[in-house]
Design a protein around this ligand. Structure first.
Ligand code: HEC
Ligand code: HEC
Ligand code: HEC
Ligand code: HEC
Length: 96
């Protein structure tokens, strides 16, 4: 009975409706190596920020005018706090 309960909790946690961080969704897809070289965080995160662009394209090409408006100004991780369950809209007030 306990095992059955545990499984159903796991399933509900992995369901699309349940919020997951970007790091978690991407680790599910391709492991920590999706963003970290050999799975290890770099000192300056330049490698990590470049991986976003390699897969998604740069700020000038991603859907949503919010992206074009920050082309050449911000890194993805400034608004998308990848290891937290977070709404990028909450970052706007930090600067504007
Ligand atoms: C979607 C890309 C992505 C994935 C996948 C990802 N990370 Fe990260 N990680 C980042 C970025 C970007 C940062 C820097 C921003 C931050 O600290 O949240 C970071 C920061 C970290 C840090 C803190 C490093 C520091 O010096 O502050 C650790 C530790 C870490 N990641 C470990 C992991 C592990 C372990 C996994 C796999 C379970 C993983 N990450 C998966 C992108 C990712
Ligand atoms: C290995 C390729 C790859 C890398 C690296 C990558 N992404 Fe993704 N990302 C995807 C795919 C595939 C999806 C799912 C389909 C989609 O929404 O485009 C996705 C989805 C997303 C989503 C939608 C929400 C979610 O969690 O699924 C966001 C936001 C996102 N990525 C941001 C980032 C950021 C920020 C980075 C860099 C820290 C990054 N991605 C690095 C391939 C990648
Ligand atoms: C100025 C802040 C900002 C920056 C910088 C930024 N984003 Fe976003 N991004 C947003 C906001 C805001 C949304 C819309 C989220 C919402 O309201 O659903 C979004 C949405 C997305 C989505 C669609 C998410 C989904 O759930 O379907 C992806 C993918 C994405 N961003 C990837 C990136 C990548 C890759 C970069 C870097 C090249 C980046 N973003 C840089 C603010 C930003
Ligand atoms: C880390 C700081 C930072 C964050 C976070 C940030 N912005 Fe910006 N934003 C800037 C900078 C810098 C510029 C370019 C210089 C400028 O035009 O002010 C800019 C430009 C813009 C512009 C272009 C129009 C203008 O003001 O010239 C809009 C609109 C905007 N941001 C809205 C947003 C929204 C909405 C969010 C949250 C999703 C956001 N920003 C998050 C720093 C930031």
């Amino acid at each position: 009975m306990l095992k059955v309960l545990g499984l159903s909790i796991l399933l509900s946690f992995s369901g699309a409706a349940f919020a997951e961080s970007i790091a978690d969704t991407h680790t599910d897809m391709a492991g920590c190596e999706a963003c970290h070289m050999d799975g290890e965080p770099s000192a300056d995160m330049a490698y990590e920020n470049q991986t976003c662009i390699d897969c998604h394209g740069g700020l000038d090409s991603i859907d949503g005018e919010i992206h074009q408006q920050h082309d050449g100004v911000l890194d993805c991780g400034t608004c998308h706090i990848v290891h937290e369950v977070q709404d990028p809209n909450d970052t706007c007030a930090d600067c504007h």
